[in-house]
Design a protein around this ligand. Structure first.
Ligand code: CAA
Length: 263
C-alpha cells in the first residue's frame, strides 16, 4: 500500500488515507487501496473502524482534480462508479465506521465521511461540496447522502452555492456529531470506538444493518427488517451472557463486562 496505512489497536481498526502532498485527495489508486484495506479487515478480531486522514490540515481534499481533468463522459461515469462502489462498501461494512475528520473534507472528502456511520471532527475541519465550481456534480454520493443527512434544503444550498462550512456550522446542521480540538480528535474517536467494541458485536452489527436497510424501506417493511434482525440475536452466546449478567442478583457480577463471543 502506498497511500493507506492500517493499524489494529485491540478490537479497533484505524484506516488512514496518507497522501499528504495532495492533501489526501482520492485518485484511482487511493480508491483501490481503500477498497483492499477494508476488505482485508479481520471481522472476527475487529468491532469498529476509524477512518482518518494523515497530517494536521486535511482529512480528504476531494477526488483528484488532475486525474479528472481529462476524462471523457464515459470515463467520468466510470470514475464516479469507482468511488461510489468503494463508499457503498464502507457504508454497508458489517461493523461501524467512524470518520475522524481532521481538516478539509471537500467534495469526495465530505462524501467519504458521509458513507461512514458517524462523523466527528476537529475544530479546523472544513466541509463542502465545491463541485459545481469545477463544472461537475458531486459524484461520489454527495447528491444523495448530504440531503439524507442534513435535509434537502440545506444540502441544496451547500451544493448549489459550493460554499464551504466550518466545523461549528457542520455541527449545527447535524453533519457531525461532535467537534474537538485537533489534538483530542483521535483520542475521542478511539474512546467512541472502544465503547462500541465493548458491546455485543452481533447486536451492534444487526443494529447497523437494521438502521441502514430500514432507512431504504417504507415503515411497514422497515419494522419487518427490524424484527428479523432482533430475532437473529436470540440464542447467541452474547444474548445469553448479556441477559444472564443483568439477571444475576450479585451487583458486582451484574456490572462485569460480558465476554462477548461474536457468535
Ligand atoms: N485534487 C488534486 N490535488 C489536490 C486536491 C484535489 N482535490 N486538493 C489539493 N490538492 C493538491 C494541490 O494541487 C497542491 O498540490 P501542489 O503542492 O503539487 O501544487 C496540494 O494539494 C496542496 O494544496 P493547496 O496548495 O491548494 O493548499 P491550500 O492550503 O492553499 O488550499 C484547499 C487547500 C482549499 C483544500 C485547496 O487545495 C482546494 O481547494 N482543493 C480542492 C478542493 C476541491 O475542490 N475538492 C473537490 C474535488 S471534486 C470532487 O471531489 C468530485 C467528486 O465528488 C467525486
Amino acid at each position: 500500500m502506498e497511500f493507506i496505512t492500517y493499524e489494529q489497536e485491540g478490537y479497533v481498526g484505524i484506516v488512514t488515507i496518507n497522501r499528504p502532498k495532495a492533501l489526501n485527495a482520492l485518485n484511482s489508486q487511493v480508491l483501490e487501496e481503500l477498497d483492499a484495506t477494508f476488505k482485508a479487515i479481520d471481522l472476527d478480531a475487529t468491532r469498529a473502524v476509524i477512518l482518518t486522514g494523515a497530517g494536521e490540515k486535511s482529512f480528504v481534499a476531494g477526488a483528484d482534480i488532475g486525474e479528472m481533468s481529462t476524462l471523457t463522459k464515459a470515463e467520468g461515469e466510470a470514475f464516479g462508479k469507482k468511488g461510489n462502489d468503494v463508499f457503498r462498501m464502507i457504508e454497508t461494512f458489517p461493523i461501524p465506521v467512524i470518520a475522524a475528520v481532521n481538516g478539509f473534507a471537500l467534495g469526495g472528502g465530505c462524501e467519504i465521511s458521509m458513507s461512514c456511520d458517524i462523523r466527528i471532527c476537529s475544530e479546523n475541519a472544513v466541509f463542502g461540496q465545491p463541485e459545481v465550481g469545477l463544472g461537475i456534480t458531486p459524484g461520489f454520493g454527495g447528491t444523495q447522502r448530504l440531503a439524507r443527512l442534513v435535509g434537502p434544503g440545506m444540502a441544496k444550498q451547500m451544493i448549489y452555492t459550493a460554499r464551504n462550512i466550518k466545523a461549528d456550522e457542520a455541527y449545527r446542521i447535524g453533519l457531525v456529531n461532535a467537534v474537538y480540538p485537533l489534538e483530542e480528535l483521535m483520542e475521542a474517536a478511539k474512546k467512541m470506538a472502544a465503547g462500541i467494541a465493548m458491546q455485543a458485536p452481533i447486536a451492534v452489527r444487526n443494529c447497523k444493518k437494521a438502521i441502514n436497510d430500514g432507512l431504504e424501506a417504507d415503515m411497514d417493511q422497515a419494522i419487518v427488517i427490524e424484527e428479523k434482525l432482533f430475532g437473529d440475536c436470540f440464542e447467541t452466546e452474547d444474548q445469553k451472557a448479556g441477559m444472564g449478567n443483568f439477571l444475576e442478583k450479585d451487583k458486582e457480577k451484574k456490572l462485569k463486562v460480558v465476554p462477548f463471543q461474536n457468535k
